[in-house]
Design a protein around this ligand. Structure first.
Ligand SMILES: CC(C)(COP(=O)(O)OP(=O)(O)OC[C@H]1O[C@@H](n2cnc3c(N)ncnc32)[C@H](O)[C@@H]1OP(=O)(O)O)[C@@H](O)C(=O)NCCC(=O)NCCS
Length: 241
């Protein structure tokens, strides 16, 4: 295994400050739907939103309209109060962000590239293990690699790419079937996805929640804590127009 270090200039870490907006307004704008200052992914691609931290009254109107009554939106690091009665906070998550500009990366010939035909099996593994959202078209966001049991062919572990921002690519959907944990599979799939990212001239980063024990995995692999921010899931109760 190699440790991914960069011989040229280090990637700019400030683009990780608001990666959802940066991805949606930049490299992944082809997946975006927007209204005013609010931007989000097509609903079958990803759940995340880009928005100003200081949300104005108009931004909340646009958020409600873009999302739709009865549906949910996620706001990262909101710093202005919600308007009365329009949104319910259905979850509050402490999101932690790691960067891997010195993380272990390695190619691994036993891993397979996962494609759209694998999505039902990937979705089943995600539903069982709950690494975070994985939607029918999430796989279009980048390279997904998996480890299959050599005798049964069953998918046991996987990881892939999600957000793209200048100089950085996010690793996501890291999960291992409960029957196959503790065998180094997550380390292998994360290392191999990191290698794909490094080969493309980027550095890896990732998000998890503050209480997820997967942090031990990432820290053992050399990822370093970059930031912490609250992520709220809001349900729209009524329109504002
Ligand atoms: C987190 C997860 C992917 C780890 O999978 P795994 O295949 O068992 O992990 P590995 O065997 O590759 O572990 C690699 C190293 O990380 C450590 N590690 C992995 N999970 C750990 C945990 N929950 N607590 C402490 N250490 C852990 C292992 O001890 C191992 O250390 P070592 O190399 O020094 O022996 C798995 O538990 C899982 O699917 N969790 C649910 C989904 C999830 O939350 N994913 C993360 C989303 S951000």
């Amino acid at each position: 295994m190699t440790t991914a270090r960069f011989s040229g200039s280090e990637p700019d870490t400030t683009v990780l400050d608001d990666p959802f907006t940066t991805a949606l307004r930049g490299p992944q704008s082809h997946f975006a739907r927007s209204l005013g200052n609010i931007v989000t992914f097509e609903p079958d691609v990803s759940v995340f939103y880009g928005h100003p931290r200081e949300m104005t009254a108009q931004d909340y109107v646009d958020l409600a309209e873009l999302t739709g009554v009865g549906r949910t939106a996620s706001l990262r690091d909101r710093r202005t109060p919600l308007p009365d009665g329009v949104f319910d906070v259905v979850a509050e998550i402490d999101l932690v962000q790691y960067r891997g500009d010195a993380a272990v990366s390695a190619a691994d010939a036993e891993l397979v590239r996962l494609g759209s035909a694998d999505v039902p099996e990937m979705t089943a593994l995600v539903e069982l293990t709950e690494p975070g959202p994985f939607l029918p078209r999430t796989i279009e966001m980048g390279v997904y690699l998996g480890y299959r049991d050599p005798s049964s062919g069953r998918l046991l572990s996987m990881a892939g790419q999600r957000l793209q921002v200048p100089g950085w690519t996010e690793i996501s959907a890291v999960c291992t079937h409960p029957d196959a944990r503790g065998r180094g599979l997550a380390r292998r799939v994360v290392s191999a996805v990191a290698q794909v990212i490094v080969d493309a001239g980027h550095a890896p980063f990732l998000h998890t929640t503050a209480d997820n024990s997967a942090r031990h995995l990432y820290e053992k692999m050399g990822f370093t804590l970059n930031s912490e921010a609250p992520l709220e899931i809001l349900r729209v109760n009524k329109g504002m127009r």
